[in-house]
Design a protein around this ligand. Structure first.
Ligand code: FES
Ligand SMILES: [Fe+2]
Length: 356
């Protein structure tokens, strides 16, 4: 890895790989009408075809430039709401209501999409490389596993570069300070961490014995008392997935088993300075905490506010003042940078090799 290739992987302006599956929407968001979403620097319209399979097109009508998502879905195609041109899942124009000959090439870009678990995934890079087998294995996070309980949770938009999300999840030492009292009583930051690389997966774990827990942690797990053994494992599958697994074993209830709560986050760049976080939760025990979605939102919004402050400050200061020192706790985050940098470099090499 050369200094110059890593140098651009700076949170605030880091480029993102395009040859990857990203979460574009939750299944429940995609109803009978088109759904607009800005993804990887492009406007996208998502809709369902006749048989219910999802489709995604560039969200701009090639007639007069009206957003296709402002129209409606008719017979499994999207109908522009301005003059009624219709486009199927392949992006080709299928109907011109006002007549005349069909101009050659009248159509819009279409993107491969797949439904897997409760998420709709999109590939906005080279379509020839859109192998569905490359969609991340969610089973390893507990999502959809029959012996776990899993569901989608909140969707958050962040006014910051996507790399800030990776660095936020991969450095759990921030929870001692940014989430004071919410999910930490002050012990996490000082704990030793263990990092492992397992193929394309980054794992950073901290184990804390007999730790004073916050009311939120005990409420999430339904445990009594305020002390528990806790393991916090931050994981990342660049470029699109992060996870935080919390394993808790209460100290005062010796008959109670260790339980696991896994947060999974689909991280999708919208452009260089905006990112979506699709959250989901899987756990080894039933969902009984009625305020769980609010709890997730309130907690993650503390991260969102921090990331947006970092982004804005970075943009406001002179480039020479964007100093950054790496610390031990940044091990996972720096590994993510290396992996993302390699992905982007590979894409550029492919583009050069293809003469594009
Ligand atoms: S702008 Fe879409 S049909 Fe005219
Ligand atoms: Fe956080």
């Amino acid at each position: 890895m050369t200094v110059s290739t890593m140098a651009e992987m700076i949170p605030g302006s880091a480029p993102y790989p395009r040859n990857a599956w990203y979460v574009a929407a939750t299944v429940s968001e995609l109803g009978p009408q088109p759904l607009h979403r800005w993804l990887l620097g492009k406007p996208v319209v998502l809709f369902r075809q006749h048989d219910g399979t999802p489709a995604a097109l560039f969200d701009r009508c090639p007639h007069r430039g009206y957003p296709l998502s402002e129209g409606r879905v008719i017979d499994g195609a999207v109908e522009c709401g301005y003059h009624g041109l219709r486009f199927g899942a392949d992006g080709k124009c299928a109907l011109i209501p006002s007549g005349g000959t069909m101009p050659a090439g009248l159509g819009v870009e279409s993107y491969p999409v797949r439904e897997k678990w409760e998420w709709i995934w999109i590939w906005m890079g080279d379509p020839a490389r859109a192998d569905p087998a490359l969609i991340p294995n969610l089973d390893r996070f507990g999502l959809g596993r029959p012996d776990w309980h899993s569901e989608t949770s909140v969707l958050l938009q962040i006014g910051a570069n996507y790399l800030l999300s990776f660095e936020n999840f991969l450095d759990a030492s921030h929870i001692t300070f940014l989430h004071t009292g919410q999910i930490d009583s002050g012990d996490v930051a000082g704990q030793p961490l263990e990092m492992q690389i397992d193929g394309d997966l980054i794992v950073v774990a901290r184990r804390i014995e007999n730790e004073l827990q916050s009311p939120l942690t005990m409420r999430t797990f339904g445990f009594e008392g305020d002390r528990a053994h806790r393991t916090i494992t931050a994981e990342a599958l660049p470029p699109g997935i992060c996870g935080i697994r919390v394993e808790v074993e209460p100290v005062e209830q010796s008959a109670v088993q260790r339980q696991v709560n896994q947060l999974v986050v689909g991280i999708t760049p919208q452009d260089d300075t905006h990112t979506l976080q699709f959250t989901a939760v899987a756990q080894t025990f039933p969902f009984f905490n009625e305020s769980r979605h609010d709890d997730v939102r309130n907690l993650l919004m503390e991260d969102v506010v921090a990331m947006e402050k970092i982004q804005r400050l970075r943009e406001a200061v002179h480039p020479d003042e964007r100093v950054e020192f790496g610390l031990l706790a940044d091990k996972g985050a720096y590994q993510a940078r290396r992996m993302l940098s390699a992905m982007i470099r590979n894409e550029r090499n492919l583009t050069t090799a293809n003469g594009d």
